[in-house]
Design a protein around this ligand. Structure first.
Ligand code: GLN
Length: 487
């Protein structure tokens, strides 16, 4: 058995059955993480000491017969914009270099109570602004499926860690696709929960009306287990009992989303095959149109940057974080600190967000975006009146090469076209593996549902994953894959 290949639930049940101990599992994942981080740069920090202490403590509770969650003793990785009292929380920004949070995020508190063992903080685009994890103060993360490829972003460190077997699951955050797109790029399953269902307390804000914390794991069953620990509100819809005849699930396929000129043929083909598989499992596939696709990215960017410009105002060199030296006046403190502390992408978004909120621009840009957001939400609500779920690609292309889009922010922003609408509309959405392209790079599909229908989305993905084995494929030959084979 190679423990680096197991799902979080499989590991949890082996720990519960005393076939493995929490400390030995933690040790194996810490060693693998330490060995592979030089290549992948998935972690900003590996938390060896606190992870071993947490694993020992969980093992004691289990030995004392305490009944903990099915994930008790299972290691996990935490995106570096989620506050934890262990290690630092930097959002991969120089601005927060060395910052130690005095408290745990609500999501972290819940995971710790459930017996989770945090083995490291993961790399990301600075302040979650990006799609490739190339915009981290700590340098880019590599995709275990192709080491010259990006892992996606902004939760690329979390995705790379799980895909390479350095952690069985991770938390990411999703403001416009940052859980789902890296899952698509790295052959993982991940969920952006209904807005408000998972607490954002202790998440470093990027765009508060869009941000959500979500699970990134190997399959739908793991995501459901993680989500049931994280969710503050009921993420459930009343299901018909399983022995009663279920009406066939209606899944909308918005054909205009499949006609996008930038959609890679391999992605289109695999997502269309997914529709066939879902049909063969009993779903009714309904071809439809969901309008305003072309408005998704501009609307998302205006709203996200406007909110970011306000959220980033707190980094002024006074309250916490980085402070520039040699600043004779208070104005110098603000200006020099922000000039030196933020990277280029954060500055670009702060400037753009400030621009759209200026009184002379507000009506033309920000107000219009807020109105368009309502129209996009209405279009999705309409589609979800007629159907239970919506099936789309996660992103127009599979993972691209590191550096390929770095000079062209617009090209990179267009990659959010399929994901950002779920954030704008507050809807739950999940990404899951559905095939590979000619270069062997993973392709992801997305299911979007009604508010609080996470269970339906994950049940549907679980039956899809029973019928397919894309999610079981591992990266071809990363060094870490052989580790643990003797177990
Ligand atoms: N890729 C998107 C962006 O660049 C989404 C980021 C996110 O979800 N945090 O803003």
């Amino acid at each position: 058995m190679n423990i680096h290949h197991l799902t979080a639930l499989e590991l949890g049940s082996l720990i519960k059955a005393k076939q493995l101990s929490a400390p030995e599992v933690a040790r194996a994942f810490l060693d693998a993480s330490a060995a592979d981080n030089a290549t992948l740069n998935a972690y900003t920090e590996i938390l060896e000491e606190s992870a071993m202490a947490a694993a020992t403590a969980v093992q004691k509770r289990l030995d004392a017969g305490e009944s903990l969650s099915p994930l008790a003793g299972v290691p996990m990785a935490l995106k570096d914009n989620i506050c934890s009292t262990e290690g630092t929380t930097t959002a991969a920004s120089k601005m927060l270099g060395g910052y130690r949070s005095p408290f745990d995020a609500a999501a972290v508190e819940k995971l710790k109570a459930a017996g989770a063992v945090i083995i490291g903080k993961t790399n990301m685009d600075e302040f979650a602004m990006g799609s490739s994890t190339e915009k981290s103060y700590y340098g880019p993360t590599r995709n275990p499926w192709g080491k010259n490829r990006v892992p996606g972003g902004s939760s690329g460190g979390s995705a790379a860690a799980v895909a390479a077997g350095l952690a069985p699951y991770a938390l990411g955050t999703d403001t416009g696709g940052s859980v789902r797109q890296p899952c698509g790029f790295c052959n993982l399953t991940g969920v952006k929960p209904t807005y408000g269902s998972v607490s954002r307390h202790g998440l470093i804000s990027y765009a508060s009306s869009l941000d959500q914390i979500g699970p990134m794991a190997r399959d739908a069953a793991d995501c459901a287990a993680i989500l049931s620990i994280l969710a503050s509100l009921a993420v459930d819809t009343p299901h018909p009992p399983t022995d009663a005849p279920r009406p066939p699930l209606k899944i909308a396929m918005p054909t205009n989303h499949y006609d996008l000129p930038g959609l890679a043929p391999a992605v289109r083909a695999q997502v269309l095959k997914t529709a066939d598989t879902l049909r063969s499992l009993g779903a009714e596939i309904v071809e439809t149109t969901i309008p305003l696709l072309e408005c998704t990215v501009p609307t998302y960017l205006i709203i996200a940057c406007a909110e970011a410009s306000s959220n980033m105002a707190r980094y002024d060199g006074v309250k916490y974080g980085y402070r520039a030296l040699e600043t004779p006046t208070i104005n110098d403190v603000f200006c020099k600190t922000r000039a030196e502390g933020f990277g280029a992408e954060a500055k670009r978004r702060i400037l753009f967000g400030t621009f759209v909120l200026l009184s002379e621009n507000y009506d033309t840009w920000y107000r219009k975006a807020v109105q368009t957001r309502e129209m996009i939400k209405a279009a999705y609500d309409e589609a979800l009146k007629a159907c239970d779920l919506i099936l789309t690609p996660v992103s127009p292309t599979p993972a691209y090469e590191i550096g390929a889009n770095i000079e062209d922010p617009l090209e990179m922003y267009l990659g959010d076209i399929y994901t950002a609408s779920a954030n704008l509309a507050g809807l739950p959405a999940a990404a899951a593996p559905c095939g590979f392209d000619g270069d062997g790079m993973p392709i992801g599909m997305q299911l979007i549902g009604r508010p609080y229908s996470e269970s339906l989305i994950l049940d549907t993905l679980a039956s899809y994953q029973e019928a397919t084995d894309f999610h079981k494929k591992r990266p071809p030959s990363p060094d870490s894959m052989e580790r643990g084979a003797a177990k």
